[in-house]
Write a protein that binds this ligand. Sequence first.
Ligand code: IPM
Ligand code: MG
Length: 373
Amino acid sequence: MSAGSNQMNVAVIGGEGIGPEVTTQARRVLSWFIAKRSLPVDLTEAAYGLEAYRATGEVLPPESRKVIDAADAILFGATGGAETKEVPIEARKKNTLLKIRKSLDLFANVRPIVTQPGLYEAAPLKARVLEGVDFVIVRELSSGIYFGEPRGIETLPDGSRRGFNTTSYTTAEIRRVARFAFELARTRRGKLCSVDKANVMETGVLWREEVVAMHAAEFPEIELTHMHVDNAAMQVVYRPSQFDVMLTDNIFGDILSDAAAVAAGSLGMLPSASLGPVDATGRRQAIYEPVHGSAPDIAGMGIANPIGSILSVAMLLRMTLGQPEDATLLERAVSDALAGGARTADIVEPGAKPMSTSGMGDAILDALERLAH
Ligand code: IPM
Ligand code: MG
């Protein structure tokens, strides 16, 4: 937000692989809301990834970094992919998505898993398992084994090599994400399941102790349970409807959110928000992005599912722009489009004809127009 005005800045970064295609559709949807609701939002495109490297020699050119730093929210597409090998490792390492997340201190990654009745037929799980699934994975995003030191690959005296990483969590890191998850549970069905590996790992022991202490001290009304991560991996596909809010660390959340995507019908359906701390002015930086990656095998073909990115716009409307009704409207439009048979290749029933990425964008915009009248 710029000083003295309520103008909000949203950076749009398509990135790599299918990122640009899906983000184009999400941007159309966001622009629809900005126009219809006269939202005070400036959209600014910023280059990231292979294209940016080809043009400037940097994965994240200084110009893009400025746009990111000035942004109240970033709508991000995807990063990575085979052809991006053209980017030398060092240039890539300097500016990975992980570095961007870290530089903005985005510690709370929110990944909602909601089933769509319209997709039961296409989903790999049985309809009775999918009935009533509506939960949120809160993944710690700024610490854990992703960032722990020491890390590296070293050569041992006998010439063989050893790769190593470090999992570490401080009480402060555990507490801030746990508080976020407890507060979220309070606005939902009041249930929190904390996932760790306390039977083996010290970080898990500390994690559980901190969550238990915070529960007793501040959130006694929340129904708190604990689960080991191996069991959780089974439960998210065995009986996903049991969860309301699931709290877990960085790498467990990475893995569990892909597993849970099976309940949503496809990885292409899942949105996410990554939120930083609230600063003194009440501002909190955020990246909104689909959970899926760059999917290089289908990049540029115009067949990717844009719903993960479009539902990320709903999260942006709700969490950064303060438009909860518009967020709900958009989620309804997505459900309506799906109920009306809109399908990209990843969610199509056997034998039926899928639509393109932009076709899905059209179907959702049509549904929005209908709902708005
Ligand atoms: C995710 C992705 C990223 C992660 C990759 C692209 C670094 O898998 O957002 O889940 O591991 O966090
Ligand atoms: Mg992942």
